[in-house]
Design a protein around this ligand. Structure first.
Ligand SMILES: [Mn+2]
Length: 250
């Protein structure tokens, strides 16, 4: 890897929420950011919740989002590698990103090695202790039959239903201020510390928390949370040696 080319990490755009007009402003900001980094980026990781809701029917994808999809296509066409981890809001991805955008899609945390540093990457939902209610729901949503049945609904109902639940979960999508609970109470810290018992990683990078965090776990290991693009416009950059948090100011 050339050290002049950087690796970028960002997550939690929640495009579509809370409404088309507000989402479009955010989408344009993210596209402007991607445009800014396109010559500096070797690889870009989008770490989940790109969409507030996404469902791919057999022959049809949801309307909208053409600016960001076009920008992602432009970047991969020009040789920037882009990887996507599904979040809890867009776990119902199929092969559209792979086939149309040449972007691999991951459904679970994955280990990567960059310039000799070990990374564990994931969206971050359902990891660590507790949160049993969500873990149960995640099992249902990840169930193939549930996805197939949802896909059999006319898209007008399916997307309508999704919009309804999206409205209900609006409180989850950035309307409330996330606060740091302290290192002992952050469940992703607990998850990282458990992994470190058996395996060394230099960096753990997750989204989902909607709060930018850069937390040293040991002298050799750091947990970074990417924040979001609703409130923070935050992202992380690996320059070949260090992973740092930044805030985009258009
Ligand atoms: Mn999210």
């Amino acid at each position: 890897m050339s050290t002049s080319k950087q690796i970028y990490f960002l997550s939690d755009f929640h495009l579509g929420a809370p409404n088309a007009a507000t989402s479009l402003v955010r989408e344009k900001r993210i596209v402007a950011f991607l445009n800014d980094i396109k010559d500096k980026a070797h690889t870009i990781f989008i770490m989940g919740d790109l969409f507030d809701f996404w469902f791919e029917y057999k022959k049809v994808v949801p309307k909208g989002y053409v600016r960001i999809l076009g920008k992602l296509a432009e970047l991969t066409d020009s040789g920037v590698a882009i990887h996507f981890f599904v979040g809890n809001h867009d776990m119902w991805m199929n092969d559209y990103f792979q086939k149309e955008l040449n972007i691999p899609v991951y459904y679970e945390p994955v280990a990567f090695d960059f310039n000799g540093k070990k990374f564990l990457l994931g969206h971050g939902d359902g990891l660590g202790p507790g949160d049993h209610g969500y873990k149960f729901i995640k099992k249902i949503f990840r169930n193939r039959l549930a996805k197939t049945l949802f896909g059999m609904l006319p898209s007008r109902w399916g997307i309508g239903l999704a919009d309804y639940f999206s409205q209900k979960s609006r409180a989850q999508t950035g309307q409330k201020d996330e606060v740091f609970m302290g290192k002992d109470k952050e469940w992703l810290v607990a998850y990282c510390e458990e992994i470190l018992q058996t395996q060394q990683y230099d960096y753990f990078v997750f989204g989902h928390r909607h709060l930018p965090l850069h937390i040293p776990l040991t002298s050799q290991s750091t947990y970074v949370n990417l924040g979001d693009w609703i409130q923070y416009n935050s992202y992380a950059v690996f320059d070949g040696n260090d992973l740092t948090l930044h805030y985009y100011n258009a």
